[in-house]
Write a protein that binds this ligand. Sequence first.
Ligand code: SF4
Length: 675
Amino acid sequence: MITKRVLTTCPYCGVGCGFYLDVRDARIVGVIPSKSNPVSKGYLCVKGWHAHEPIQHPDRLKKPLIKENGKFKEASWDAALDYVAARLKQIKNKYGPDALAVCASARCTNEENFLMMKFSRAVLGTNNVDHCARTCHAATVAGLNQSFGSGASTNSYDELPFMDCILIIGSNPTEAHPIVGWRVRTAIDNGAKIIVCDPRKILVAESAYVYIQQYPGTDIALLNAMINFIVTQELHDKEFIAKRTEGFSELWDAVKDYTPESVEDVTGVKAELIKQAAKLYATSKRACIMYSLGMTEHTVGTDNIIAMANLAMVCGHVGREFSGLYPMRGQNNVQGACDMGALPNVYSGYQPVTDEAIRKKFADAWRVNLPAVKGLTLTDMIYKAIEGPLKCFYIIGEDQVRTDPNTHWIEQALDSLEFLVIQEIFLSETAKKADVILPGASFAEKDGTFTCAERRFQRVRKAIEPISGKTDGEIICEIAQRLGYTMESDPEKVCDEMASLTPLYTGVSFERLEDNGLQWPVPEKNHPGTPVVHLGKFIRGLGKFIPVRHKPPAEVTDKEYPFILSTGRMLFHYNTGTMTTRVANILREYPRNFVQINPADAQRLGIKKQERVMVRTRRGELKVAAQITDKIKPGVLWMPFHFSDEPTNVLTNNAFDPVCRTGEYKACAAKIEKI
Ligand code: SF4
C-alpha cells in the first residue's frame, strides 16, 4: 500500500517536470506525473518515469570513506568531518584561502548552492567557487548578458505551442529536453514552421520546414549570412532596431560581407537554404530561437550566443510575448546554481563580488570580511591545480573526470592536489580519486527548490530520510561549524536568507512556491513573477548589437585526423550515466557507447554495421561500435558521452572559449580505424 505521495521536481534535465514519488514502508516505489505541474502538465519522458530507481540502488554510498594507503576505509561522520575540516584549515593556513576551491553542484538544490557559495566565501575566504555551467551554459550567461543584460531564457515554455516559427539550432529537444520537445511537436501540429540547423539530422529535423546541416563550428558564419540576407532584402525590423537597440551600423559593418553564397564552403550549406531559413524566421510574426550545448560548447560559444541575439534583435523577435531565445539548460538545477552565485564573480542574483556596496551587504549579513577579487573558473582551477597554486578541491555532485574535456588532463589536475574531498551519491570516477568521500543525498531525500530553464523556481520535497543520514546542506554546515562558523542549514530559512540578500528573488519563499512556483525576476514580496523579460525595455536598457565573426574550431581536420568529431546526448541516458545506467529498463535500450559515421565514409574505410572501431584524437583513443547512419554528413563523427566504461571525453579537446572558459566538446579533429 502507498503510504505517502510526495510532489517534487525531476532531478534530470533542465526542463523541470513535476511528479509525485510514491512511498511505501519508507521506500520509494514509483513515479506518478503531476497533471497540474505548469511545466510538464501530466507528461514525463522515460528518464522521469524511472527517476526513483537509482535512489535506493545498492551502489549508493552510505558511509563516509577516508583513503588510507590508497584504499578507502569506512569512517564515522564525526571522524570524516573532523578530518576534512582539519585538512581545509591546514591548507588555508599554509597557502592562503585561494589555494582552496569549491565545485558546487547543478544536481543540488538552490539552497544548497547558496550554502556552498557562502561556505566558499565566508568560511574558506575565497571566491574560487564554480560549477558545471562552466562546461555547458556559461556562454549563455556571458553572451546574453552583454546583448540584453540578463543571461537567461527570455520567454516561457507555454508560448512555444503558439509560435509561427521556431528556429532550433544546436539543440535536440525531443531527445535532450523531451517535454519541451513535446511543446515543439504541439507547435508543429498547430501549424508552426520549424527551422532546424544541426550537423546531425536529429528527429525534429524530419518535421522541419527548412533543415540546414552545417558543419560543426560554423554557426556564426551561418547566422551572419542569415542577418546579411534579411537586411539586404529589407526584412529587418527597422522600428525595433531604432527604438530598442544600439550598434546596428557596427553589426552591419561586420556582416555585410557574409552573403549566403560566401559561406557555402565553410558551412557546407547551399545559399538557397540559408535564404529560405532567413526569410521564414524574419517574416514570421511569432518566432523564437531555441538552442543548447550545440551552440555553447565551442571556443566561440559566447560569440555564437551573441550572433543569435543579433539575429533576434534584427528581426524584432525578442522583448515581447511569443518571441525570444530559449537556452535549453542541461542539468536539473544548472540555472539555479548560476542564480545562487555558485560562480567565481558574483553572489546570488548575479551581484558582482567586485562591487564594494554589494560586498558590504553580504559581509554585514554574514558578519565576516569577504574576498574582493574574482575567483577562478572551473577551467582555470584545473590549470592552477596542475601548475601548483591550487592545493585543495571540494567537489559536490560532479563527476569531472567523466564530464570535462580531455579526461587525462583532468586526472592529472586531480592527482596534483594535496587534498580532494568529494561529496557524491555513487562512487564516480572522480570520487575514486578523492582523499575523503562524503556520501550525499539524492533529490528525494531533501527539501528545497530547483530553477528550470524558464527561470521557474519549483519546490523539491523530501520523500524519505537521507540514506547516508545527512543532506548535502547539513554536511556543508557541519564542516563550517568545525571551522568556527555557524550556518543555518534549514532549507526554508536558507531560501529566506537568499531572498533577503537578492533583489532579483526578493519575492521567493517556500510558501509562495507551493502551487506553480515562480519565474524570476520576482523583485517584491507579492510580485507575481515574470514569464517574459525585456518587455518594452531590455534589462541593460538598449539591446546591444555586438559584431562577431566566424572563427574555426581550435582544432581543424588535417591529413592525419580527417574527421570532425562532435558529441551530445541521447533520450535514454543522462550525462555520465551515473543514474540512468543503474536503471535496467533504460540500460537495455542503449547499454554501450557507439560512434555514428556516414555510410559513404564507412564504405570507404570498410567499416561494417556494429563493427568495433578505434576512434582516435590527439588526446586519446577509444574502441566503440560503429553506427552507420546518413543522419550525419560525410567527414563528421558523432558520439554520446553517457558511458563511464567507454568515456568519450578521453577524446574531446580541452580548448576553451576565452570569455566564458567553456570547453570545445562539439568539434575536434579525429580519425576512425578498423581494428
Ligand atoms: Fe525529467 Fe527532463 Fe524528462 Fe522532464 S524532460 S521528465 S525534467 S528528464
